[in-house]
Ligand binder design. Structure first.
Ligand code: HEC
Ligand code: HEC
Ligand code: HEC
Ligand code: HEC
Ligand code: HEC
Ligand code: HEC
Length: 366
């Protein structure tokens, strides 16, 4: 009886599952949308029991799950979008945790104020670059976290894109919002438009001032690659031809970096047509030679991730080298925001560092 019922119900279940799957597949590319009580994040008058609510500034960070923002200072003046804190305050924690739970919400933490976390998320962490000028090379110097980079007064490879505007985001992300950076700067130099209440196609709110098509595509891991969950993101890449490969035409993560680091990405400055002049990105990872060993479709390696021509359906032939194959983006524990320590990349060293860094792809060079 039970069985028959089950059998009868099965086709329904199957189609229901297929349906749910189809919906989740079409939605899977973007998960970012907040839920939960408004008061976790908003304050209508910046006043509760007669005292101001907004807290931000140096050191503002979550003290625990379902806890409070501590540090920084309580602010008399309200903040934009009636929020209880700013980008940095809400995405920082004074704990070791890199995901803070607040009721129904999970907040991805990008800045652990007390130390570099063992569970840093995909973009890395701003902790190291916040430790003073000698660590400028360990991350993007971002307003509210670090001062302007002591060595890099513009984005390397950027070219003179915003002539005269020394505080534009192409020169520094550490200037306060002002007319030269279109009142963005800091986090919003890169996360130009944010949409916490929307699901849309913009991977991690990565977009620019270049209009509707200027956004990154990808499939977002729901735990932001927190190592203990073991999942990973799926980035968009393209296989280079003679075209321009701007963000507007490709939506690739490397074109996105190229928006500020132009000459590290555009065709005529990375190859002269016969040899590589700079390490290539947005090219297919060859399936032969020393590259044959690494099959990211079956054995994706976080030391050297790749992008995909179609992030929803990754296949080996369409694995693409990208900027994030070697770099983190917010910050890391290594100079040049690398994913690993470049000093360990020693050629012909008998395999001591096999499966790490450069050797994940260049398997014959160890
Ligand atoms: C009051 C808290 C709060 C503030 C303020 C805030 N965020 Fe968020 N943010 C969140 C939460 C919660 C999420 C997770 C949404 C989800 O579940 O994907 C999030 C997600 C993100 C993400 C990742 C999106 C994704 O796909 O998961 C980015 C990028 C981001 N925020 C940037 C910013 C920037 C830039 C600002 C300032 C303009 C900002 N946030 C301000 C709470 C906040
Ligand atoms: C987990 C944090 C969080 C919660 C909970 C939350 N919001 Fe927001 N909300 C944000 C952030 C961050 C922004 C500003 C950045 C943005 O627009 O993406 C925002 C922006 C807004 C905006 C202006 C932008 C827009 O999309 O229209 C409105 C209106 C808004 N929230 C209403 C609400 C209401 C109503 C609730 C409760 C039902 C709520 N929010 C709950 C984080 C939150
Ligand atoms: C909105 C502009 C902008 C975007 C987009 C951008 N960068 Fe940068 N980048 C800068 C600026 C400005 C500097 C120099 C100052 C600094 O280090 O913060 C820089 C510096 C760097 C450095 C050197 C860090 C150091 O201090 O030595 C690396 C590596 C880097 N970027 C990688 C990337 C990668 C990878 C991406 C894409 C995921 C990217 N950048 C996207 C503006 C940008
Ligand atoms: C130089 C550009 C840049 C700047 C500046 C920047 N971000 Fe990001 N951010 C990115 C990129 C690219 C990703 C996606 C990384 C990935 O998926 O590997 C990202 C991812 C995130 C995420 C998702 C968690 C993760 O690690 O993937 C959050 C949350 C976030 N950023 C918030 C912020 C906040 C808050 C600031 C300012 C303190 C900030 N970002 C500054 C480029 C930037
Ligand atoms: C194959 C690994 C690899 C890839 C891919 C890669 N980088 Fe780098 N990057 C490095 C290393 C290693 C350094 C250290 C300096 C050097 O060797 O040139 C570096 C340095 C940098 C710097 C700092 C330069 C300076 O003057 O201090 C920037 C900016 C940068 N990379 C941006 C990018 C961008 C943007 C992309 C994608 C278009 C990219 N990188 C792709 C490995 C890589
Ligand atoms: C994600 C895979 C990947 C990683 C990681 C990687 N490379 Fe490469 N590298 C490639 C590919 C693919 C090419 C281009 C091969 C071709 O010519 O088709 C290349 C080209 C090169 C070349 C130029 C070779 C030529 O034929 O002109 C050098 C040198 C090089 N890589 C060094 C490095 C170093 C050093 C590192 C670490 C800092 C590194 N690579 C990390 C995939 C990678």
């Amino acid at each position: 009886m039970k069985n028959r019922k089950l059998r009868k119900a099965l086709p329904f279940f199957v189609s229901a599952i297929a349906c749910a799957l189809a919906i989740s597949l079409t939605q899977s590319s973007v998960l970012g949308k907040v839920s939960g009580e408004c008061s976790n994040c908003h304050t209508m008058h910046n006043s509760q029991d007669g005292t101001p609510v907004v807290r931000k500034g140096t050191g503002a960070a979550w003290s625990s799950d379902d806890g409070q923002i501590t540090g920084g200072s309580v602010q008399d003046s309200p903040t934009g979008r009636l929020l209880v804190t700013d980008c940095i305050g809400c995405h920082s924690s004074a704990t070791e945790d890199t995901i803070i739970t607040l009721g129904d919400n999970k907040i991805p933490i990008v800045f652990n104020t007390n130390g570099y976390p063992s569970e840093a998320l995909a973009a890395g962490n701003f902790y190291q670059v916040a430790q003073g000028a000698q660590y400028d090379g360990y991350g993007h110097n971002v307003y509210g976290i670090s001062a302007i980079d002591s060595k890099l007064l513009q984005a390397p490879g950027g070219g003179n894109q915003c002539g005269g505007y020394n505080s534009s985001c192409h020169y520094t992300l550490a200037a306060p919002p002002n007319g030269e950076n279109w009142y963005r700067g800091g986090c919003q130099g890169c996360h130009y438009n944010v949409f916490h209440h929307e699901d849309n196609n913009n991977y991690r709110f990565l977009n620019s001032h270049k209009g509707d098509m200027a956004y990154v595509e990808g499939v977002e891991d729901e735990f932001w690659e927190q190592p203990s969950h073991g999942g990973h993101n799926s980035y968009k890449g393209v296989i280079r031809d003679s075209d321009q490969h701007t963000l507007m035409s490709t939506q690739s993560i490397s074109s996105y970096c190229g928006g500020c680091h132009r000459y590290f990405h555009q065709n005529d400055s990375i190859t002269d047509g016969s040899v590589w002049l700079r390490h290539p990105t947005d090219i297919a990872l060859p399936t032969d030679g020393e590259y044959a060993v690494y099959d990211p479709a079956t054995n994706y390696n976080m030391e050297a991730p790749v992008a995909w021509v179609n992030p929803e359906t990754p296949v080996r032939e369409e694995a693409v080298v990208m900027c994030l194959s070697c770099h983190r983006v917010h910050g890391s524990e290594h100079p040049d925001i690398l994913r690993w320590d470049y000093d360990n990349m020693i050629a012909g060293n008998g395999g001591d560092y096999a499966d790490t860094g450069c050797f994940v792809c260049h398997t014959s060079k160890d």
